[in-house]
Design a protein. Sequence first.
Length: 354
Amino acid sequence: MYFDIKDNWDDACQTGDVTAVKVFLAQGLNVNMKFSAHSETPLMSAVSGNQLKVVKILLARNDLDMGATDQDDDNCLHWACLNDHADSIALLGQDMRMTSYIINKKNSNGDTALMVAVEKGYLSCVEELIKLDGVDLETKNKTGVRLEDLAGGSNKVSILQCLEKGKLRVSAIAPINSRAKKLKEAAKDIQDLDDNLEAEKKALAAQQLTEIFELNEEQEEAEGMFDLKQATDLEEYTKKRKVEKLQFSKHLGQDRNVLDERHRRENSELNEDYIANMKRVEGNINTIVTPPTPECPICLELMSPPTKIFTCPNGHLECGPCKQKVAQCSICMKPVMGRATAMEQMLRTLYNKE
């Protein structure tokens, strides 16, 4: 009976039977149970069938182990890539528990999920994986082969272009991420300062109440010691205590004013640093990374889109305006035959001008 339930649990996840999945979870079945076929978990089964509704139900569980692996050390991202399910990758990547360790986890063959997608030529999976923060685009397999050398299938050129874009993106946002981290730390310092100030205020208030209470107790004890004949002394003593209370309250108020002023000054300095850092980050975000672009050997101008590019039989390039002026290649002196359409298409892709 146990194995029947286990098999039904696996089938429900893989086929997208949402009702059955909810019933199994309500009955207390382990959300991280490993099935007998490949030691896969319910999340892996749901991802293998691209059952997004089931994936969402499982991700809503706090006790879900996203980093769980099967008998081949494949995790949920490996399963999505093995089955070419980019939608599942995008959904998994939105979860806060998706760490760089899970993203770059290597299976028993030494392959990350990205390596699997690149090698199988699954372009949509590659595009989703390189969007994940912390993905390692410089990783190598057990034999030292890079991602670029693993690319295969009919999408090889597109995958190579995708990887190049990913590397440009990582290099562009690295300093921004660093500054953002510093800004978060500065914001945390401000919050800690506010918390410390509030704690000090509460401590001062508690101290004030305690001392006032003690003074009142002393006063009551003193009043009990005096009789009617000592009414004058008692009055003087009461006046003295009132003066002491006033002096204490005044002193306490001065201390509080000094503390408030110090907090305002430190808070102002931190806010100024925060605003300055935010302006630098905004400036960096607007910085545009220029893709690698060939230049015309005649006019030495970059041949970026929409420049028409022509080529000689030996593959030497020159721009359209120079081709109208010079009939022969400036490098090998061969006649310029026609358009270099492949180069123009690649540059349009790099410049996002499809």
